[in-house]
Design a protein around this ligand. Structure first.
Ligand SMILES: Cc1cc2nc3c(=O)[nH]c(=O)nc-3n(C[C@H](O)[C@H](O)[C@H](O)COP(=O)(O)OP(=O)(O)OC[C@H]3O[C@@H](n4cnc5c(N)ncnc54)[C@H](O)[C@@H]3O)c2cc1C
Length: 366
């Protein structure tokens, strides 16, 4: 019997595991892959998380993340706007960052079961039964931190809607400004580029699946993405580090239930902000901090009031994220067509408006 079982070992799962284990709870974390591994992500993290990471000894200084202070936006036709980022962020690969946090979780005493895919989570009277690799495990609480979409979600409402987006990621070597994150528009999608560690750049895009109709990824890039001159130049001048890109499908930005069958959802499993906001990782870290602190506060030597815990988590989550997610969904509508991408560049050119949009989709330092 564990106190808490955490399903999924991305940022939300690992931060929950570290904080809860450091507070003395018995934690098991199930991850279907084994560390270190790559995942589709733009790998730019807003600095709002930096004080928290530093305070808890979780900032990966030795990996040398890149400091990012500038933002460039380009339209399909190659118009551009530039903005200084007041808070800024840092670039680090998920390969390195998640592995670093995994090591911190091990050091904190978390039982980590890698290559363990959870296939069922059942709430029974006053606890959970979890099935992974045909074995059964028990816990008092379960945190769902398994990312954007999983077979475990089959009964959740958002799964009834098909999501038309796919995400593609590369690591490349290229000569570009290191302090800048750029977002380049193309028809029905956008592509981000910024530096991570080891002088490597992350090149990552989100596209509507219509762009891929009867095409390979390669063909889609040449015929759709390269209509934006900035993207064509990047592809022509880059050395690609991966043999094949990392690809994911069915990315959903729909509203999700925060708590389902008493499972406390966290990170993308609770709600995903559109990647163009560059804030999903910070939200995963922040929501894990909020949830684990809430559990620690309500935990009394293994006893707690489940109804009260769930109610309090709902309130605090809404206070922190509901409006950010809504703004992200509205901004996503500004991307996709030639007209709207020009309009977005025009908005960001009005510097105060650009800064306002960034503020609305980001939190403050914590
Ligand atoms: C194209 C794209 C670009 C993005 N760019 C950025 C960016 O630049 N900046 C930013 O802040 N955010 C970005 N995001 C968002 C960011 O990647 C996510 O918000 C963040 O990874 C959420 O972390 P998480 O811990 O909730 O989930 P994840 O990081 O997805 O972790 C979930 C984990 O659960 C595991 N898992 C899944 N199912 C099971 C199972 N059944 N059993 C066991 N384990 C399981 C998975 O293997 C995974 O390790 C981007 C997203 C996309 C799609």
């Amino acid at each position: 019997m564990y106190d808490v079982i955490i399903v999924g070992g991305g940022l939300a799962g690992l931060i929950n595991a570290i904080l809860l284990s450091r507070a003395g709870l018995q934690i098991a974390l199930f991850e279907k892959k084994s560390y270190p591994f790559h995942r589709v992500c733009g790998e730019y993290i807003s600095n709002e998380v930096k004080p928290f990471l530093v305070r808890n000894g979780l900032f990966p200084t030795d990996i040398n993340p890149t400091e990012i202070t500038k933002f460039k936006l380009t339209s399909i036709k190659g118009k551009q706007a530039n903005l200084s980022l007041k808070m800024g962020g840092f670039g680090i690969s998920r390969f390195a960052f998640d592995h670093f946090l995994f090591q911190q979780a091990q050091a904190a005493g978390v039982t980590i079961l890698q290559n363990h895919k959870v296939t069922a989570i059942e709430f029974e009277t006053d606890g959970f039964q979890i099935i992974a690799n045909r074995q059964s495990y028990q816990s008092k609480l379960v945190i769902g931190a398994y990312g954007k979409r999983s077979a475990l979600d089959k009964r959740r409402k958002f799964m009834t809607k098909k999501s038309p987006y796919l995400g593609v990621k590369y690591h490349i070597k290229i000569d570009l400004p290191t302090e800048e994150i750029a977002l380049h528009n193309f028809q029905d999608g956008y592509c981000g580029i910024s530096q991570v560690e080891n002088s490597t750049f992350n090149l990552c895009y989100l596209s509507h699946r219509n762009n891929l109709k009867n095409k390979s990824i390669d063909e889609m890039e040449t015929t759709v993405l390269h209509k934006n001159q900035f993207l064509k130049n990047i592809w022509n001048n880059a050395d690609f580090v991966f043999e094949k890109p990392e690809v994911i499908n069915e990315i959903s930005f729909e509203k999700k239930e925060l708590i389902y069958d008493h499972i406390l959802m966290c990170g993308d499993t609770a709600g995903m902000i559109t990647p163009l906001c560059g804030n999903g990782m910070a939200m995963a870290i922040r929501s894990a901090k909020l949830l684990s602190e809430m559990i620690i506060q309500k935990w009394d030597k293994g006893r707690f009031n489940r109804k009260n815990l769930e109610h309090s988590y709902r309130i605090i989550w809404d206070q922190n994220f509901a409006s950010r997610l809504w703004t992200g969904r509205q901004i996503q509508k500004l991307f996709g067509s030639e007209w709207s991408s020009n309009a977005a560049v025009h908005l960001v050119k009005q510097k105060w408006l650009g800064s306002l949009i960034v503020r609305q989709t980001h939190g403050t330092e914590f």
